[in-house]
Ligand binder design. Structure first.
Ligand code: SF4
Length: 357
C-alpha cells in the first residue's frame, strides 16, 4: 500500500502573492504563502482580521475582486490542475463540483427571490445530466442530510423565511450536494449562536467522514480549531507564521503570535479535542498588545514586531524565514532560529524552537 505521505496533495499552494491597491499603490496583502491540503484532511487557517486568510481562500477559486493581483510565481494546483491557468469553462466545472466554498454570511450568497430548493437543484443541473425532478429530489435529500426537518416543505421556502442557522445549512447543502473533494469554509459558524455552531461543525465533520472530503476551514476561533483541525496554519500580516499538527501547535506553540493567541483563550490547551474553553473558569485573559495594522501599515522586517514582547533589533531589518523546527512544524521567527541552533548543539534529536515569553 502506498503510504499516505507519498501521495501528491489534493491542494498544493506555492509562493502565493496577492497585491491590493492602497492609495493607488500596490501593497502586498499575502506574501510567499505555501501550504498543502491532503485528501480527507482538515486544515485550519487561523488569524485575526487583516491576516490575509480570507483573501487566500478567495484566491483558491479565483474569486478575488478584480483590483487584486496574484503574483506571477504563484501556483495553486488542485488534483494536478493549475487553477490559475484554467480557462473559464473548466474553472466553472471545478467550482461547485470538485471544490466548493461556504461563506460566513449566507444571505449574501443566496438569491433572495428564489426558493432554496431551486437554488440547490440548479447547482445539480449545472454540473450533471440530472433532470429537473431528479435535481429537486437531490436538493431535498441534501437538506435532510444537513439536518433540516421537513425538508420537502423547507425546500419551497425563500431564504428570508428561514433562520440564520437554517440558511447556513442551506449553504452547506448547496456546497455539499455534488460531494466535492474539497470544501473551503470561511468562518462558516461565526454568525451563529453556540448551539447552532456546534451542530454545523458536527455536520461538517460527518460529511467529511462520509465522503472523504478535505476541509480547509478559515477561522479566528481557536475553539473551532481544537475541535476540527488535524493541521493548523497561522497567518499574520499576510504571511504564514507557524504551521503544525494541531496537538503540537497547542502543546508547543513556537511563534510569539501563536503563543499570544493561545494565551488569550483560557483552558484551550487543556480542552484540545474535547470542548470549547469552559465559561466558568473565571480566567484572567492575556491579550496581544496593540491591534492588527491596516494593510500597507505593517512594520518592516517582521510584521508582528510592533506587538511582539520579544522583538530584537534584527526583527526590524530582516523578514524572518520559515524555519523547520520539527516534523511538519515550521515557524517564522528569528528567535526560533536562534533557539534551534543553540539547542542543536546539545540535543539534535528533539524538536526545538519554542520561544518562551
Ligand atoms: Fe517577535 Fe522578532 Fe520573532 Fe517577529 S521575528 S515574532 S518580532 S521575536
Amino acid at each position: 500500500m502506498t503510504p499516505a505521505y507519498a501521495s501528491p496533495p489534493l491542494l498544493d499552494v506555492q509562493s502565493l502573492q496577492i497585491d491590493l491597491p492602497v492609495g493607488g499603490v500596490p501593497v502586498r496583502a499575502v506574501d510567499d504563502l505555501s501550504f498543502t491540503v491532503a485528501r480527507g484532511e482538515t486544515v485550519c487557517l487561523v488569524g485575526e482580521s487583516g491576516s490575509g486568510k480570507s483573501l487566500t481562500a478567495l484566491s483558491l477559486l479565483r474569486l478575488l475582486p478584480p483590483i487584486a493581483r496574484i503574483g506571477r510565481a504563484s501556483r495553486i494546483v488542485f488534483d494536478g490542475t493549475d487553477i490559475l491557468q484554467l480557462a473559464p469553462e473548466p474553472l466553472r466545472q471545478l467550482r461547485g463540483q470538485h471544490v466548493a466554498m461556504v461563506f460566513q454570511e449566507p444571505m449574501t450568497a443566496l438569491n433572495p427571490v428564489r426558493r432554496v430548493g431551486s437554488q440547490i437543484a440548479e447547482v445539480v443541473r449545472a454540473h450533471t445530466t440530472r433532470r429537473s425532478a431528479e435535481a429537486w429530489e437531490d436538493a431535498v435529500r441534501m437538506l435532510e442530510a444537513v439536518g433540516i426537518a421537513d425538508a420537502a416543505a423547507r425546500a419551497r421556502q425563500y431564504p428570508h423565511e428561514l433562520s440564520g442557522g437554517m440558511r447556513q445549512r442551506v449553504m452547506l447543502a448547496m456546497a455539499l450536494v455534488l460531494r466535492p473533494q474539497l470544501l473551503i469554509a470561511d468562518e462558516p459558524t461565526t454568525a451563529l449562536d453556540v448551539t447552532i455552531q456546534a451542530q454545523v461543525l458536527d455536520l461538517l465533520r460527518a460529511q467529511r467522514v462520509a465522503s472523504q472530503m478535505a476541509l480547509l476551514l478559515i477561522t479566528h476561533d481557536l475553539g473551532v480549531v481544537a475541535e476540527m483541525a488535524s493541521r493548523v496554519l497561522v497567518m499574520y500580516g499576510g504571511r504564514l507564521v507557524e504551521e503544525a499538527p494541531v496537538d503540537v501547535l497547542f502543546s508547543r506553540p513556537a511563534h510569539p503570535y501563536t503563543q499570544g493567541l493561545l494565551a488569550a483563550v483560557p483552558g484551550i490547551r487543556q480542552d484540545l479535542g474535547h470542548t470549547r474553553a469552559a465559561d466558568d473558569e473565571a480566567p484572567r485573559l492575556a491579550t496581544i498588545p496593540g491591534t492588527v495594522p491596516a494593510l500597507g501599515a505593517f512594520p518592516s522586517g517582521c510584521a508582528f514586531r510592533d506587538r511582539c514582547p520579544l522583538a530584537v533589533a534584527e526583527c526590524a531589518s530582516e523578514v524572518p524565514a520559515l524555519h523547520q523546527i520539527g516534523p511538519a512544524h515550521r515557524a517564522r521567527c528569528h528567535l526560533v532560529r536562534e533557539a534551534r541552533s543553540e539547542a542543536h548543539a546539545t540535543s539534535p534529536s528533539h524538536e526545538q524552537g519554542a520561544v518562551r515569553p
